[in-house]
Design a protein. Sequence first.
Length: 445
Amino acid sequence: MKSVYSILTEIASTKSIKTKEAIIMRERDNSGLRDTFAATYDPTISYYIKKIPVYEAKGNGKLTDAIKSLDNLSKRVFTGQAGIDHLQVILESVTADDAKVIERIIDRDLKCGASDTLASRVWTKLVPEFPYMRCSLLKAAKADKWDWKRGVYSQLKGDGSFANADIADDEAAISTRSGKQYPVGVLKNITDELVSIFPNNVRIIGEMLVERNGKVLAREIGNGILNSVSKGGVFEKTDRPIYMVWDIIPLGFAVANGRYEHSYDVRYAELTKFLTNKKTKSVSLIETRIVHSMKEAYAHYFELVKKGFEGTIIKNPNGVWFDGTSKDQVKLKVEFEVDLEIIGFNAGNGKNAATFGSIECKTADNKLVVNVSGFSDSERLRIHKIHKQLLGTIMAVKANSIMPPAGSGVYSLFLPRFAEFRDDKKIADTLARVQEQFDAVISIK
């Protein structure tokens, strides 16, 4: 049987996806190869080691046994220096080629151009599938058919990180949308409350945020902290994670292609029942308002956007939970357009290395600066050819909101995208004009 390293080398030698798949299919009975792909790309696994220790591969142990020994890292049996020492022992227990495979597993990259998606075509269910109910856009849903007279749920779309909390055996495990679990104990303030509030065998659905000295941090900061913590980092003493929730389903239905037929009003009532009159500091219901018309729904949306939030999600009270895209929950959004001056081109990487990554733009008064993307490949190439001529000209930019100053002291835009070049305009908008454009969109007349 071929070594896993030699197979990975062979897979890497071709750019053809079909050929890569054919090689993996040919080697489908190789348990070491299968275990290697699973250990590398299963999002529920973390090894909590960023640097490979110095080692000398001199053993002849089995690769499959070495991979199994990595469980002691993912389960936090060995941490810190003990974890590094354990990895060194593993690396020295196998051949030099197998040690290179272990290194790639730790790096979460097999460096062969074949991901878990390709491998899963050969080995079904190689990597766990994680159910998730996505929102529809308003134009895709038939919201006019909803029972508005009865009342529709309008809920805050916060700036946090989506999270599932599974409660079983009097313990709570919290995971990201991709199924990656947060390390045991790092969210103790939340898991302790969840276990004290809810019964066993349920999944709670919501989003994680981070408070600093009692104030919720901005999305990019809070989610960055949560991402670091999920990889083994810790919270600063000034920071505290909180969990805002909006749904509850029996754990048995939280599976790929799962479907729970109870309507949302029933599920929300059950969630409310468990949280009512509970003295919780870390777990709370997401801000929710019952609205009876689209006008009221947008009023709630605009109210929250003005406070700096991303917006709202409206939900049909009759909607059931299922794994897929639901037309019974809709993400509301606004879009406005402003004219900005082009002041620079940021370097690209990957397929954009030969052109540019984004275009830096600003307002006429220099109070707002933003990097704009959203270009097709053909547009990007055309722009690159004349990019020097575009400096100082005006570009129309679409965005969803205005971002307040951060460390730079200047404003920015939320989700800025290229709209068009304004050859008919010579002067960019000022920050005040940008604000007027935004206010005009979100004002109700």
